[in-house]
Design a protein around this ligand. Structure first.
Ligand code: NAD
Length: 286
């Protein structure tokens, strides 16, 4: 069995070199929960593709500042803003600060999320509420502020043919039930229909709303699922493509969903999961 690879470090200059055509040039993006994991990867890829990026964080400001400095050192534009996405006043203050510093928003990536796992019969109301408040209500609060600005500003054809783009970080667990994680799976199922309903409501206004459904991506949220060989071997049984994902896999997908290359795509979940949603148990069984 191969040795476990830890979470790979980013090389911002290498990411920038992937996007000489700068598909997000002139656009302003906000990525929530961007000082770690998938959010960090997404912020870095959007910045490399030309967007000015707000790196939102709720704790550990040093990590957010380090990411901002790294993006700037590679020629990009970024700033960090603290806000708890589950708090309406903090979300509104974050958007107000973004409007002051960047003038508008073109791309929202609703990424912040957490798990509070528990067998269902011992799950506390606090565990339930925290996960729903951050993973679902947080996405509602940020999406509402973004939509308000998209509607106010409208389309700027020199920037993008859409009036705005929202990318919701969902999960394979918007469709795969997950015992022991009922609060989390419920939050992602909610994200799916929030995303689709928003996409339906705002397509006539040229606002595109989509989700990314990551499979197993190496980040701090799921370290115990891959950080010892036995755990990684068990995880790989669920992944036909036979590797655990990395945040860059999601960052690349986010650039495409945020760019005009995906202009006819709205109301869909792009699963980036190495085939986890293909029911791999049926490859030989069933
Ligand atoms: P992570 O723990 O590395 O990152 C989560 C980020 O959200 C952190 O920066 C954290 O500080 C932030 N956050 C938590 N509560 C917040 C709040 N109230 N306000 C603002 N920020 C808050 O984990 P990750 O794996 O990078 O997760 C990112 C997203 O991807 C989550 O929505 C998660 O559900 C989703 N996801 C992850 C995986 C995976 O395998 N890692 C799979 C599917 C979906």
């Amino acid at each position: 069995m191969s040795a476990i690879q830890d979470i790979p470090l980013f090389n911002q200059s290498e990411i920038v070199s992937r996007y000489p055509h700068q598909p997000l040039k002139g656009q302003k993006a906000l990525v929530t929960g961007a000082n770690s994991g998938i959010g960090e990867g997404t912020a870095r890829y959007l910045a490399a593709a030309g967007a000015a990026v707000v790196v939102n964080y709720v704790a550990n400001p040093d990590a957010a500042v380090a990411i901002v400095e790294d993006i700037k050192a590679a020629g990009g534009t970024a700033t960090s803003i603290q806000a708890d996405v589950s708090k309406e006043d903090q979300v509104q203050a974050m958007f107000a600060q973004m409007m002051r510093e960047f003038g508008t928003i073109d791309i929202l990536v609703n990424n912040a999320g957490l798990q509070k796992d528990s067998p269902f019969e011992t799950m506390t109301l606090d565990q339930w509420n925290l996960v729903l408040n951050v993973n679902l209500t947080g996405q509602f609060l940020c999406a509402r502020e973004a939509v308000r600005e998209f509607l106010r500003r409208g389309i700027k054809t020199d920037i993008s043919c859409a009036a705005g783009k929202i990318i919701c970080m969902s999960s394979v667990h918007e469709v795969i039930p997950w015992g022991g994680h009922v609060n989390y799976a419920t939050s992602k199922g909610g994200v799916m229909l929030m995303m689709k309903s928003l996409a339906q409501e705002f397509a006539p206004k040229k606002i595109r709303v989509n989700s990314i459904g990551p499979g197993a991506i190496k980040t701090p949220i799921n370290r115990s699922a891959w950080d010892i060989p036995e755990a990684e071997a068990n995880l790989l049984k669920l992944i036909p493509y036979d590797r655990v994902g990395v945040a860059g896999d999601i960052g690349k997908a986010a650039v495409w969903l945020a760019s005009d290359d995906s202009d006819y795509v709205t109301g869909t979940t792009l699963f980036v999961d190495g085939g986890m949603t293909l029911y791999p148990g049926f490859a030989t069984g069933g």
